[in-house]
Design a protein around this ligand. Structure first.
Ligand SMILES: C[S@@+](CC[C@H](N)C(=O)[O-])C[C@H]1O[C@@H](n2cnc3c(N)ncnc32)[C@H](O)[C@@H]1O
Length: 452
């Protein structure tokens, strides 16, 4: 492009004036090619000087111009939008522009051009030589520059307190420590980066993990829906993506209700339900979860509202839940049973079959069950209802609702089936001999409905 160039050397960078097209290419934020393949992080190697367009603005109208050029000005972490002009131009500042948006004076929108004219600022572009460092780059830009070209550079992670939790792909493992360091550098408050080293532990639902960068401290403190939870992330289950689901179910509980949380983890259903005034019995098989559950009850001042258990879910249903339920039903207390172990919870529903022997049967106020399940089926709603029905030995099809929670993997959904526990499932009925003498307790279901 035909350009009028005037070079000026200022205190902060070299400035050139271009009235025509700058010919700048939108590759300016790309770090130097030499960083490709770097295995240990050398932050200095990312330093480079790039040319960005700028407008020269008199100090007296600077604020107004900055406001008017908001959409076109440079937006980079740690890069100022306004810099000093040359010493000879002390009454002027340079407003740095985004080289991807502004390549010539004609790049300004009508409104921007009009604003510049009204403030008496020439629509003339200057080149400003800007020193870009590692600090000014985003994590994806750093990783894209380092990792082999053409490979996916997902730098996504879940945040659990001070821990960034990644799930690196095989091709990224060679760069795992560098990736960890970059994630830590670019995310204030992250002081530890971990990678899942294998699939979820099948019993306690916690992950094996490896520290990639930062401190080896796995005890995290997190806030969820206004409450605080503390736990050893390497030894218990915690998923920051479930906060909405926790909140949704907790909102269904009221003051005076009783909640049985069969797979309670460190308390994200149990504790907020107790804070709302429910009486809670919370259980988890993992001794470590149970310990942190107790700790979190104290932390959130609900230890008097929550009784904790360290039992297998089936033993909890057939033990504490069975013992408490008759009185609750008699007193017409609303009861909720929460079962969040999506890989297995539907199978645990058979523990309710013929749970109570009580007579006369109470038909009001039967417990509301919130049972979670994963499904890979084309029709996940129908699939989880079918499995719940099989486990209960009772057709739930028209008696339940299904809530989609989230997609956990391609073709794998997490759902919640909610239903009132049918009296036909809950109660055993007395079987009478022909003489009318009660001989034995027998489930109403026996012989009449198919099991799983
Ligand atoms: C998916 S986590 C859910 C925890 C918590 N409710 C939440 O929403 O974060 C399932 C929990 O069930 C516990 N668990 C696994 N098998 C169990 C069993 N057989 N009986 C009771 N708890 C079990 C695990 O230790 C884990 O804490």
């Amino acid at each position: 492009a035909a350009q009028t160039e005037k070079k000026l050397r200022g205190a902060v960078g070299r400035i050139c004036v271009f009235s025509g097209n700058t010919g700048m290419e939108p590759k300016l934020y790309r770090p130097p090619a030499e960083v490709r393949g770097m295995s240990s992080l050398d932050r200095d190697a990312f330093t480079q000087t790039i040319s960005v367009p700028a407008v020269r603005v008199p100090v007296r109208v600077l604020n107004k111009v900055v406001k008017s050029l908001k959409k076109s000005s440079i937006q980079r972490p740690g890069v100022p939008r306004v810099v000093q002009d040359t010493e000879e131009n002390a009454d002027y500042r340079l407003v740095l522009l985004d080289p991807h948006r502004v390549t010539s004076p004609t790049s300004f929108s009508e409104a921007e051009a009009e604003a510049l004219r009204s403030f008496g600022v020439p629509e003339e572009l200057h080149h400003y030589e800007l020193k870009l460092t590692y600090e000014n780059l985003k994590s994806e830009e750093v990783l894209e520059a380092v990792l082999p070209q053409g490979q996916d550079v997902t730098s996504g992670f879940s945040r659990v307190g001070h821990i960034a939790h990644m799930n690196l792909r095989d091709h990224q493992l060679q760069y795992k420590n560098l990736i960890g360091q970059v994630i830590m550098d670019k995310n204030p408050g992250v002081t530890c980066v971990v990678n899942k080293t294998n699939i979820i532990d099948s019993t306690y639902r916690n992950f094996q993990m490896e520290v990639l960068a930062g401190e080896e401290n796995m005890v995290a403190k997190v806030k969820e829906n206004g409450l605080t939870y503390k736990f050893d992330f390497s030894r218990v289950y915690w998923n920051p993506r479930l906060s909405t689901e926790h909140e949704r179910v907790v909102q269904l509980t009221k003051w005076g209700d009783t909640v049985f949380d069969v797979f309670a983890g460190v308390g994200p259903f149990a504790i907020p339900a107790a804070r709302r005034g429910a009486n809670v019995l919370a259980n988890d098989l993992n001794p470590e979860s149970h310990r942190w559950l107790q700790h979190n009850c104290k932390l959130n001042k609900v230890e008097k509202k929550v009784r904790t258990f360290n039992l297998d879910g089936r033993a909890f249903i057939q033990g504490p839940l069975r013992e408490e339920l008759p009185a609750l039903l008699k007193e017409k207390v609303r009861v909720h049973v929460v079962m969040n172990l999506p890989a297995l919870a539907l199978d645990f529903l058979d523990a309710f079959r013929g749970l109570l022997h009580q007579e006369p049967q109470c038909e009001e106020n039967l417990p509301t069950v919130h049972c979670y399940g994963f499904s890979k089926d084309d029709d996940p709603d129908t699939d989880v209802v079918k499995r719940a029905s099989q486990s209960l030995g009772f057709p739930l099809e028209k008696l339940c609702s299904v809530h989609f929670v989230r997609n956990v993997a391609p073709n794998k959904d997490m759902l919640c089936v909610m239903f009132t526990l049918p009296k036909e499932v809950l109660y055993r009925v007395a079987a009478f001999t022909t003489t009318g003498t009660r001989k034995t307790w027998k489930s109403q279901l026996d012989g009449s409905l198919s099991g799983p």
